[in-house]
Design a protein around this ligand. Structure first.
Ligand code: DPN
Ligand code: ZN
Length: 314
C-alpha cells in the first residue's frame, strides 16, 4: 500500500539567472515508499536459514546471533550506510549491537529506529523479532533506493540480548555522552510486527514516556489511519528496547502486533482473526518460524514505519 504525505514546498528553479517573481508555493506530494512485503519476507527467510544452520536459534551467545548481525550489516554496507558493531559482555558471552547511519542530515537532530535482532534460545525468533528487524532493514534500504535526503540524520539499530533483559539497547544508551543523548530527538522501536493473530497496537506516548512521545504515537496512528486500520494504544512499559531511551528522556514510540496475550471478542471484530486465542501462540517457542507471520500485519507495519520515518525525518 502507498501512503502519501502532502507537504507544502516552494518551487525553486535550478540555474535561474534572471530575477523573476518568485513562483508561488505549490503543494507537492512527498511519497513515503510503499514497502514491498515480499522483500521483508525474503529477509525473514534469511533469518530462518541462519537459525537452521546454527542449531535452531539466533540467541545471544549462539552463533546464529552473530551470523544475523553479519548478514544485516552486509546489506547495509552495500547500500552505503556507515555501520558499526558495538560489542558488550553479558552472561559470560559477547553480545553485539549493529548501528547503521544513513549518510547526511543534521547530526544534532537525530532520528533513531531500532529493534532487537536476538531470539530466545528455544527457537528462530521470526515474529519475535525477525519481523521488526527485517522491516527496519527494508525501510533503510528503501531510503537509499529512493534517494531520500531527509533534513534530520537517521540512524538504525539492531539490538543484542533483548531477550535477556534489554541488555544491548541499555549498553548503547549508557555508552552515549550527555551531548550525544541530547542529539537524539526520537527513538522508534519495532518488536513483533507480524503476529499470526494480529492486533494493531501503538505505544502509548502518555504512559510515563518523555515529552514528545505523544507526537510520535500520533504520527504512527496517522499511518494506520491512512491504511484504514484501527489501532489501540498499548502500555509497553519496560518490555522492549525503547525503555533505555525513555529513561534517558528521549521521546519514544513504536508499533506492536501482540504477543502471549489473548485477543478479545471486540478485538477480533475490529481486526479479524481469532478471539480467545493469543496474538502469537508461538511466542518464545520453537514454532516461531516463517510460518508464524501474518503477511498483512507485516506489510501494514512496514508501510507505517516508512510513513512515520519520511514524515519525522523530512
Ligand atoms: N519484548 C518482547 C519480547 O521480546 O519478548 C515482547 C513485547 C514486545 C512486549 C513489544 C511488548 C511490546
Ligand atoms: Zn521481542
Amino acid at each position: 500500500m502507498r501512503i502519501l504525505i502532502a507537504l507544502a514546498a516552494a518551487l525553486t528553479v535550478a540555474g535561474a539567472t534572471t530575477a523573476q517573481a518568485a513562483a508561488p508555493p505549490e503543494v507537492t506530494a512527498l511519497a513515503a515508499p510503499n514497502i514491498n512485503v515480499a522483500n521483508v519476507q525474503a529477509h525473514l527467510n534469511q533469518f530462518q536459514s541462519i537459525a537452521n544452520a546454527n542449531g535452531g536459534s539466533r540467541a545471544h551467545g549462539r552463533p546464529g546471533y552473530l551470523a544475523s548481525v553479519n548478514w544485516v550489516k552486509g546489506k547495509l554496507d552495500a547500500a552505503g550506510f556507515t555501520t558499526r558493531v558495538q560489542s558488550f559482555t553479558y552472561n559470560g558471552a559477547t553480545g553485539y549491537n549493529l548501528i547503521a547511519d544513513y549518510p547526511g542530515g543534521d547530526l544534532n537532530n537525530v532520528v533513531m529506529l531500532g529493534g532487537h535482532l536476538d531470539s530466545v534460545t528455544s527457537g528462530p525468533g521470526i515474529n519475535d523479532n525477525g519481523t521488526g528487524s527485517a522491516s527496519i532493514l527494508e525501510v533503510a534500504l528503501q531510503m537509499k533506493a529512493t534517494g531520500f535526503q531527509p533534513t534530520r540524520h537517521v540512524r538504525f539499530a539492531w539490538w543484542g540480548a533483548e531477550e535477556l533483559g534489554l541488555r544491548g539497547s541499555r549498553f548503547y544508551v549508557n555508552s552515549l555522552s550527555a551531548a550525544d543523548k541530547s542529539r537524539i530527538k526520537a527513538y522508534l522501536n519495532f518488536d513483533m510486527t507480524g503476529s499470526p493473530n494480529p492486533g494493531y497496537f501503538v505505544y502509548d506516548g502518555a504512559d510515563g514516556q518523555p515529552a514528545g512521545s505523544v507526537a510520535l504515537q500520533q504520527r504512527l496512528q496517522a499511518g494506520f489511519t491512512t491504511l484504514n486500520v484501527q489501532t489501540e494504544l498499548v502500555k509497553v512499559g519496560g518490555r522492549s528496547d525503547h525503555a533505555a531511551f525513555a529513561a534517558a528522556n528521549i521521546p519514544t514510540g513504536g508499533t506492536f502486533t501482540g504477543a502471549e496475550q489473548t485477543k478479545t471478542t471486540a478485538q477480533a471484530r475490529k481486526w479479524g482473526g481469532t478471539a480467545g486465542q493469543a496474538f502469537d501462540r508461538c511466542y518464545h517457542r520453537s514454532c516461531d518460524t516463517t510460518s508464524n507471520v501474518n503477511a498483512t500485519a507485516l506489510d501494514r507495519n512496514a508501510d507505517v514505519i516508512a510513513y512515520a520515518l519520511w514524515a519525522i525525518a523530512a
